[in-house]
Every structure is written in C-alpha cells, then in structure tokens.
Write a protein that binds this ligand. Sequence first.
Ligand SMILES: CC(C)(COP(=O)(O)OP(=O)(O)OC[C@H]1O[C@@H](n2cnc3c(N)ncnc32)[C@H](O)[C@@H]1OP(=O)(O)O)[C@@H](O)C(=O)NCCC(=O)NCCS
Length: 468
Amino acid sequence: MNSSKNKVSSAYPVSKSKSILTIEDRIAAQLPAWQERLARLLSESGDKPIGEITVAAVYGGMRGLFALVTEISHVDPSLGLLIRGYSVEDLLEKLPKCEGSDFPLLGGLYHLLLVGEFPTRADALAVEDLWRARQGLPGYVVDLLKAMPESTHPMTLFSQAILAMQPESVAARAYHAGISRTEYWRPMLEDALTITANLPTLAATVYNLKYRGGAEAVPDPSLDWSANFALMIGKGDDAEYKDLCRLFMTLHSDQESGNASAHTSHLVSSTLSDLYLSSSAGLNALAGPLHGLANQETLRWLQALQEQYGGLPSPEELRAFALETLNQGMVIPGYGHGVLRRTDPRFTAQYRFAEAYLPDDPLFQLARRVYEVVPEVLGELGKVKNPWPNVDAISGTLQHHYGIEPEFCTVLFGASRLLGLTAHAVWARALGQPIERPRSFTTDRIEEILSPPVRVDSPEINTYATEI
Ligand SMILES: CC(C)(COP(=O)(O)OP(=O)(O)OC[C@H]1O[C@@H](n2cnc3c(N)ncnc32)[C@H](O)[C@@H]1OP(=O)(O)O)[C@@H](O)C(=O)NCCC(=O)NCCS
C-alpha cells in the first residue's frame, strides 16, 4: 500500500493554529454545565416515561419514536429544519456571506453546528482557514478510486474515498495510544476538520474521474469551501454556479438525528469507531433511493416525463404519468417526508433560486408543474402523510441546469451532510453518549405481551395443568 508520503502538498502548512484551540476551547467550556445538567436530569427523572412504544412504531421503522438526543438540529413538522434554533430562512439571511455574494460562507455554518453560537464573520473566516490548512488528499486515495471500474456509482466512490482515508485518523491513533474516553472528542474534532476540509476535493475528484477524464482536483486557497468545488470541476468562472453550491451546501448540511444517514453514523460512532468509519457508513445510508439518492431519482423521473411527452406535459398528462408510477408500486421521488407535514423550506429556497436564475429552464418549468399536480395525486391515495415536496424535489433540476449529471447529485448531498454528521459525532463523544443497544422482540413475544393476562383460577390454567 502507498504511504501518506504521497500526500498532495497543501497550500498551507498544517499546524495547530489559535483558531483550532478556539473551537476546541469553546466546546470544552460548555461541557461542565452540560455534564451537570444531564447528571441532574438523569438522577431526578431517569425513570420517568416521556412517550410510549407502540406496536405500530416497532413494526413501522420506529416512525415517530423519540429515542435520540441532539442539541444541534431539530425538524419541526410545520417549521422544517432548525439548526441550533435557526430556521432555513434565518440561516440564509443571517449567516455571514461570502464576499461579493448573497450566499453563506459554509465556514460560518460549520461554526454554528459545532460550537452552537451564531458565527461572526471572523468566526466563519476562521473555519474556512482551518479547512484551508487541512486540504490535500493522500495519493493512495486517488489511486484507489482510479482502480475502480468505470461503471462504479459516484456515491460508492465517494464513500470509498472517505473510508480509504481512515489511516489518517488521529482519533484512532490516539485511542490505540490510550486516550481517556472523556478526551476522545478532541482528536475527533481534528478528524472532523480534516474530513470536512477535504469534502470539496473528494467530491470533485470523483466528479472528474467519472466525467472529466480524471482531471486533478486542486483547491484554490483564495476561494471559499463551496466555490472551490465549483472551481475543481471546471466551473470556476461561473459565479451563479458558485452561489448555487453555497446554497445547496447550506441547505443539505443537517436534519436532526433520526434520519437514516444520521442515525447510521451515530450508531457506528457510538462504538467509538473513528469519524472516517462512521462518515462512510452514513454516506452508505444516504445512497438509498428513499433517502439521499432521491435527488438523482427525481431528476431521472422528470427526464422520463419530459421524454414521454416531448416537453412540458399538460396537468392531465402529468397526473396520468404519476398514477402510472404509483401503479407500478414505485414512489414519486422528491415528495413525502418522515417528519415534515408541509412543503420543505429547503425546497422553497431552491425554488426561489430557480425563479431568479433559471426561470425559463424547461426542467424547472416541469418541476413547477409537478409541484402543482403531484401533491393532489398523493393526497388522494389517503395514506401519504405528507404529499408535499422535500429538498430532493428540485435540487437535481438546479444542478442539471449547470451541467451536473443525475448520478452525481447525491455526492453533493453527502458532502454537505457530513458537516452535520461530524458535528453530531464530536458532541456525542464530548457528552459521553454510550454505545447504542436497543432490544428486539420476536412476534411471539409481542403477542404474548399483548394477550390479556390469564387468571390463576381460570379454566385455561386448570386444563393446561391437567394436560401436563
Ligand atoms: C420520504 C419517505 C420515505 C417517508 O416515508 P414514510 O415516513 O413512510 O411516509 P408516510 O408515513 O407518509 O408513508 C405512508 C405511505 O405512503 C407512501 N408514500 C409516502 N410518500 C410517497 C411518495 N412520494 N410516493 C408514493 N408513495 C408514498 C409510503 O410508501 C407508505 O405506503 P405503504 O403504507 O404502502 O408502505 C416517503 O415519503 C418516500 O418514499 N418519498 C419518496 C422518496 C423521497 O423523496 N425521499 C427523500 C426524503 S427527504
């Protein structure tokens, strides 16, 4: 195996600057109060029920079961995503912007996710600097991706790339050298910064291998995190696409703890696996069509619709196409949600971008018509709890406008989502959350629990006693 001597040299020397200490210190400063609060809560109320486990929840994918704790984000059925209490609209309006752009610096959002305090512009720029200092992929990662068959899905390559970087984990080394479990979050924070620093380069490397003849992805230290992705896939001169990257990366960054990728990554990390292992696992869950792959599936569904009717179908034609999809036992991608009960504000933010920058795009016009027709079709089924569009109903359409292939869209989702997943993992370890270990039932056991208790003097007991 190649060694990390093959590492592509970074534009900046990797050093522990003051800013790293600032993030670490800001988290550390919050821990005593959290530890005291949680210890008190558990000692005073540890045995109090806060909900119930129903048979439907057990058989229904734990739907609606509150069983996880995170302070970082929450999905409210009617308000949508709240990151540290800030709505999507708040985030887009208030996060520090990139110079010359109306869209956020992702460094500010990562500060908010990690530290929990709303970032100043200096905070946002400090995180962007921390990322700059950690950019550079080990050469063996690129070699590994190049060795894969051409037909490999971009999400497989992306997940493999993160997993392949695992030998870089400082947390894994610290653990094996004997670090206390209470201190493990500190090297995890370092891994979190290294992984997230390299997400644009990793995503661009995958993109370039798949679609640009393997062009090398080299970040420009003068650009912000999101714009660097645009640059590295050959769109450095496209100011609009850079802004779309900033918007997309902000909107997809987190979605509380119970969704499939967040929960997978949390579960894996709860075993004290390092962040490379848990991030790759989270991406593998995201790669499913009912989760993150829905953006690819939506784009393909829209394209099939366009092809069938040779352009924009009438509302009646669209309705017939949607019913045909449902009759085939398939879902309408981009619609529905496990928690939300309204149009996803992340859909609305992208819809507004499309109205401003690509109003005449034929695929956007189609996505708009789908929005007019599909909620009613789904509502008529009588079983869909949320017939409204989610984030994936439009994200692929916007990417497609700027030339991004359907199969690549979920990689962008993953690059953004790892900001949230890594922040959750650092905090879970900092607060000493234990390894997850729920119990499972057999159906026999469930039926036994539910059957009415048999009285001791009942005839059934007597008959049974006679038989044995
Ligand atoms: C997101 C999703 C998985 C949530 O599933 P859920 O929590 O089980 O949603 P519901 O409780 O509303 O599901 C109730 C029923 O409606 C169906 N349903 C929900 N959304 C649907 C959709 N978009 N198309 C067709 N049927 C849908 C479910 O499959 C389920 O049917 P079943 O009882 O026959 O199994 C689901 O809405 C879906 O598959 N959407 C399409 C894929 C997608 O966009 N995923 C990205 C989500 S961010």
